[in-house]
Structures are given as structure tokens and as C-alpha cells.
Design a protein around this ligand. Structure first.
Ligand code: BGC
Length: 669
């Protein structure tokens, strides 16, 4: 629930009414909605007028007019309505009840366009068993479960089943953190006690809500920094399947999963795009920050989870939601390129956009920003099977109090919310929590200001209330390919507030921006492979997904090769395999940029995997090249890079007899 002091309620509701320009007469119940695969497809989402009014209050108080203008764009965004207590159903001092929101949703619904209301089911017995900040009102006892069923789930279900609301689509986020806690925190006595009630309560909620055709169930699936490791992910998918099998409708009672609820884990780590890469032979995922987890971000995690769920028997139609309300990590501290450090931890720490000191830091993390705007079926991530980006945690609502604050909701003081606390759960580091935080769920204005400032994509400064990204640029092609430059062109994107320009990426590096539909990338190296993508931006700050990737190899031409080279090659051979070690030295007098080493295997060897470069084999020819723009992409005169690979051989294992870099042959020795 959006929390605003009682005395402000009347005034703020009036503001909200003005804001959303409601028709004077509520439309009569619209036609019943059939249950579809993705409820968000072609739909708009409900904007909570109570939360919007609170944001409007913050905009009024903001001393910086540019910040206030951004807040007024944020208040037009849809956020979830949290049923965080039994009294939230009818409404309490902290917010309006469920019928209020559904009635407002009917008013917001445009005829012919479906509307999704995001609703959070959050009142299990023994709630938040591994933390204290959101402990709830119901004890983990049989009596607590009985109340959960009759006073909470039944009460919500009977309202949702009202035929008046049959024309809405209700997407229920089911019980954040509950099943994930049973995977990783089952040694905690509170979680052990709560476990049977969590399973039974979730099953009950799924049964009751699935029985209503226009309600969609999304189970909370934590985030990549919690369940991403295979040792957690596999058991989580199994637990989800086990719970599904106990329900009356089986797998059909679960429409999908929602990740990152109320967390700040990034959607993507643009400067660490491949968690399988190595640095100096060390996997980058072995850095302290990732603790060997392959899932660096929510795109990784949703794709990973989807595959595991399908293997457990979930239908292919299972969809994913990602809570992007606070995972933007923009602002001045956001890195703009991959680090050039050769120290693994420094490399990861300088490259990641997630600025927390530990991925377990969950309470009001300093430096976070609003993330992607809510939208349906975001393109560009086919492996993740996304139904939508959603804002489940309303930006500006606290995760927990930074000091002990007495209350009657069952909430307690969790030291993870205390900025002065050095937490053993974070490798004995400070929590990084924001100071001055109120109780979980209450309005926390200084945090809200920071979230808006650090939004990524940035919130546009104008007056537009647009929340839709421009269409993805299409038809990306080359017009001229030279030795050191590539001219690109593409077809214009469309957008309802107009396309403001395009960002052009070479690999993951921003190569430049253009106001038109063409761009020339310069400073390239001859005979070198590059990949380009383009994203469109609009005036409101929305950015499209990336275009399809265009691979281009610059021409060899007549330019002087970048410099002489030397290769030292050695192989450590056993029965059928060997490790090849290559030292490539720049013996020329100019830096050797974006080098590309080519050689032929002598006796039918087959490459298996390589490190410190991107390796590939085609026929007998093997190519190794650094990731464009990465730490070893340029070799200074006299300097070397060490790269290597594992390969298979049969019979003899002769060394290659010739090596070439960027079209020029190298000396051997
Ligand atoms: C709180 C809830 C609140 C929700 C949304 C949770 O952490 O426990 O009371 O409704 O956040 O802000």
C-alpha cells in the first residue's frame, strides 16, 4: 500500500482526481475478459492515484524545478497496489482499500484497450522469516494460517470475483520472498517454522485466485543475486513445480513468475555482458562481487529460470515479469565503459553498474535509481520470455526503518536497514542503506529524490507524460565500408512524442549519437570484424531496445599494417587433448589496436574453448580476437598479451606453421 498520513488523504485524493482526468461517470462493467497468455500484451497498466498524489506532493516540495518536472513524469507511471495487511483490503489509515483501486481502474480503462491492475498478495503467516523489517501481523501457526485463508485470501478473492471487475485484468504478485526463503534460509528457525504455512498459504492463494478467470498469478522468484547459482536455481524451480502440482489446476494455476520484487538488481550489466568470460585466465564470475554466480543480472536470471521451469514441466507459455522500479543505477557514479584494469576485482567493480558493495544489500540502497518504465512484451530479450517490465515496489516507499520505530503492523528493526551497521551477511561491510528511513512501506522522500535523479534511462525533463519507448530501429545496413571507417544507415523509428535521436553502439561501447538515420564510425582498424547496434531515444527519455546486430569487417585496402608481430606458441599435450599457449607481442612501433590473430591447425585439431580472447574455428582456420574495447584490445609497442585455448587432437599434434595478425604474418619464436 502507498503510505500517506491520514490528514493528507482528502487533499491528495483531490489532486489525484485532477491528475488522471477521469470521466465524470464510471463506465458500466465492461465485457468480461477471457484469460489470455500474456495479460500485459496490448494493455495499459493501472496508475495508483494515491501514490501519484504522494509523488505530486514531493514535486511540489522539490526545490529544483527540473527535478519536479521529472517527478511529474514519474507520477504518471503504473505501480502495484500492496495488500500488506488484512485491513488494507477495506482500507486503513495508510491507504485506500481494494475496491477503491478497482473502481478507479474501471475509470482509467479505455474502451477497447485491456487494463492490468498489479496487485501484491503479501500477508503470509510468519512473513519475512529471514528478515525483520517486513514481519507481518499473522503468526506462523495453524491459527495464523486459518486467518490468512478466511480473512485475507477469501476476502480478496470475493472482491476480485465481483462481476463488476470482470473487464479488468488483475496480475497478482504472490508473496514476495516466501518460497525463495525456503530455498536458501531453511536453516533459520523462523523459516523452518514458517515453511509449511508458506507452502499451504501459497497453494491456497493460487487456487482461490486462479478460479477467477481475469486474475493472473505470478509467483515471486527473488532475483539473480539470490537464486542465480545453480545450487539454488535448480531446487527453486523444483519447489515451484512441487507447489504447482499441489494446486487444483496444477501448472495452469501459475501464469508466470516475477523477479526483482522490491530489489535493485540491474536488468542488464552492459559492460559485463558475458558472465562466461575470463580475465587473465580467471573467470570474471569468480570476482568477489559475483561469488561464482553466472547470473549477473535479471535478464540472465529470467532466462535461466525459464529453462529450468520448462524442464520441470511448466508450460512454454510461462511468462516473466521484472520489477524495474528501482534498478536503474544511473547518475554520475554509473560506469560508461568496461574497465581496463587487469586486477579481476577492480575490473568487475569498475565495470558493473550495480553500485552496491554486496548483492545481498536489500534495504534502501544508496545510489539506486528508477529503472526501465513499465511496458509490455519488451523486445530484445527472447530467452527471458518477458510478459512485461512492471513497477511492483512503488518508488519512494521505504524497505525498512533505519532505527527502531514502534508500530502495530508487526514490523521490526532490521540492522540491514541501519547505515551504521557492519553486516556479516555482506562480508562484514557496511549495509549501504540510506539514513533516516521510515518503516517499510512508508513514504521516504529523500530516497525518492535520489531515485528520480539516478533514473536510468533518465527521466525526460519535459512535460510529456509519455511512457512508451520508440520502435526498434530496423534495416541497419552499411553504406560504405572503408579500411578505418564504416558508414551506417537505418530506417527511422516511430514514437508518439517524436524521435529525439539515436545511440550507436560498437559491441557494448557507445560509439556516438546521431540526430539522423545515419552515422559513420571512425578510428577503426583495417581487416577487423566489428558489430554495431542502434537504439532510438525519444524526448521523454525513453530508449528503444537494440536493433539487430550488424557484423562488418573493415577492408584490407592499401593502408600500412598496424605493426609487426611475434608469436610464441607452445602446447601441453596428453592422449587426445592439449592446451595451447600463445604469447602475441607487438614488435612494431605503433599500438596494435583490435588485433585479430589467425592461424591454421596442422593436423585436424578441434578447438574446445579459449581464454583472454574470443576464439572461433572455421574449417582448419582458428581466429582469436579480443572483445572490442576490452582490456587487452590494444597492445602497446613492445608489449604482449597471453592467450590460450584447449583443443582435441587425434594422432600427431603438430604446431601451426604460420600466424598472422590483421592480415600481416608474424615471426615465430
Ligand atoms: C512493506 C509493505 C509495503 C510494501 C510496498 C513492504 O516492504 O512491508 O508494508 O506495502 O513494502 O512499499
Amino acid at each position: 500500500m502507498s503510505k500517506i498520513p491520514k490528514r493528507l488523504l482528502a487533499a491528495s485524493t483531490a489532486v489525484a482526481t485532477a491528475l488522471v482526468a477521469l470521466p465524470l461517470i464510471a463506465p458500466s462493467a465492461s465485457a468480461a475478459e477471457a484469460h489470455v497468455d500474456n495479460p500485459y500484451a496490448g494493455a495499459t497498466q493501472y496508475v495508483n492515484p494515491t501514490w501519484a498524489a504522494t509523488v505530486e506532493g514531493a514535486a511540489t516540495r522539490a526545490s529544483d524545478p527540473a527535478l519536479a518536472a521529472k517527478m511529474r513524469q514519474v507520477e504518471t507511471q503504473p505501480t502495484a497496489v500492496w495488500m500488506d495487511r488484512i485491513s488494507a483490503i477495506t482500507g486503513n489509515a495508510d491507504g485506500n482499500g481494494l475496491r477503491f483501486h478497482l473502481d478507479r481502474a474501471l475509470l482509467q480503462k479505455q474502451s477497447g484497450t485491456p487494463l492490468v491492475v498489479n496487485l501484491v498478495i503479501y500477508d503470509l503467516p510468519g512473513r519475512d522469516c529471514y528478515a525483520l523489517a517486513s514481519n507481518g501481523e499473522l503468526p506462523a501457526t495453524a491459527a495464523g494460517l486459518a486467518r490468512y485463508k478466511s480473512e485475507y485470501i477469501d476476502a480478496i478473492a470475493s472482491i476480485l470475483a465481483d462481476s463488476k471487475y470482470a473487464g479488468l485484468r488483475i496480475a497478482a504478485t504472490i508473496e514476495p520472498d516466501s518460497l525463495p526463503n525456503l530455498i536458501t534460509n531453511s536453516s533459520q528457525p523462523e523459516c523452518q517454522t514458517a515453511a509449511p504455512f508458506y507452502r499451504d498459504g501459497v497453494k491456497y492463494a493460487l487456487d482461490k485466485l486462479h478460479a477467477i478467470p481475469n486474475v493472473y498469478n505470478y509467483i515471486d522468484a527473488a532475483h539473480s543475486g539470490w537464486l542465480g547459482w545453480d545450487s539454488n536455481a535448480g531446487p527453486a524451480a523444483k519447489l515451484f513445480a512441487d507447489v504447482a502440482r499441489t494446486t487444483q489446476a496444477g501448472f495452469a494455476s501459475i501464469d508466470g513468475f516475477v523477479t526483482n520484487t522490491a530489489n535493485t538488481t540491474p536488468l542488464e550489466e552492459p559492460y559485463l555482458p558475458n558472465s562466461s568470460l575470463t580475465l587473465n585466465g580467471n573467470p570474471i564470475r569468480s570476482a568477489k562481487f559475483y561469488e561464482w554466480n553466472f547470473d549477473f543480472d535479471e535478464i540472465d536470471w529470467t532466462a535461466h529460470l525459464y529453462n529450468l521451469l520448462i524442464a520441470e514441466g511448466f508450460p512454454a507459455s510461462t511468462g516473466m515479469l521484472i520489477d524495474t522500479s528501482r534498478n536503474g543505477w544511473g547518475g554520475a557514479a554509473r560506469p560508461t565503459a568496461t574497465s581496463t584494469s587487469t586486477d579481476l576485482n577492480t575490473y568487475v567493480d569498475q565495470s558493473r553498474v550495480d553500485r552496491r558493495n554486496h548483492r545481498g544489500a536489500w534495504c534502501n540502497p544508496l545510489g539506486a535509481g528508477i529503472g526501465e518504465r513499465p511496458r509490455s512484451t519488451p523486445s530484445g530479450y527472447p530467452g527471458s520470455h518477458l510478459d512485461a517490465f512492471v513497477w511492483i515496489k512503488p518508488p519512494g516507499e521505504s524497505d525498512g526503518a533505519s532505527t527502531d520505530i514502534p508500530n502495530d503492523e508487526g514490523k521490526r528493526f532490521d540492522r540491514m536497514c541501519d547505515p551504521t551497521f557492519v553486516s556479516p551477511k555482506l562480508g562484514n561491510q557496511l549495509t549501504g542503506a540510506s539514513p533516516g528511513a521510515p518503516l517499510a512501506g512508508r513514504w521516504f522522500e529523500s530516497q525518492f529524490n535520489e531515485l528520480v535523479r539516478n533514473a536510468y534511462p533518465a527521466i525526460g525533463g519535459g512535460s510529456s507524460s509519455d511512457q512508451t519507448a520508440p520502435s526498434v530501429p530496423t534495416g541497419l545496413r552499411t553504406t560504405t565500408v572503408g579500411d578505418t571507417s564504416v558508414a551506417l544507415a537505418w530506417t527511422a523509428s516511430t514514437d508518439n512524442v517524436g524521435v529525439a535521436g539515436y545511440d550507436i553502439y560498437r559491441g557494448t561501447t557507445l560509439a556516438g549519437s546521431s540526430a539522423t538515420t545515419s552515422f559513420t564510425a571512425t578510428g577503426l582498424t583495417a581487416s577487423t570484424a566489428y558489430s554495431f547496434t542502434v537504439r532510438a531515444k525519444d524526448a521523454a527519455g525513453n530508449v528503444s531496445a537494440a536493433s539487430t546486430t550488424l557484423a562488418v569487417t573493415t577492408t584490407t585496402g592499401s593502408t600500412t599494417p598496424p605493426g609487426a608481430c611475434r608469436v610464441n606458441y607452445s602446447a601441453n599435450t596428453w592422449n587426445t587433448g592439449f592446451t595451447g599457449t600463445v604469447k602475441l607481442t607487438n614488435t612494431g612501433s605503433a599500438p596494435l589496436a583490435n588485433w585479430r590473430l589467425v592461424f591454421d591447425f596442422a593436423n585436424g585439431q578441434t578447438l574446445q574453448q579459449g581464454w583472454n580472447a574470443t576464439w572461433s574455428q572455421s574449417g582448419t582456420t582458428v581466429t582469436a580476437a579480443p572483445v572490442v574495447g576490452s582490456w587487452n584490445a590494444t597492445i602497446a609497442p613492445g608489449a604482449s598479451v597471453d592467450i590460450g585455448f584447449n583443443a582435441a587432437h587425434t594422432g600427431t599434434n603438430n604446431a601451426p606453421t604460420a600466424f598472422a595478425v590483421n592480415g600481416q604474418s608474424c615471426s615465430i619464436g
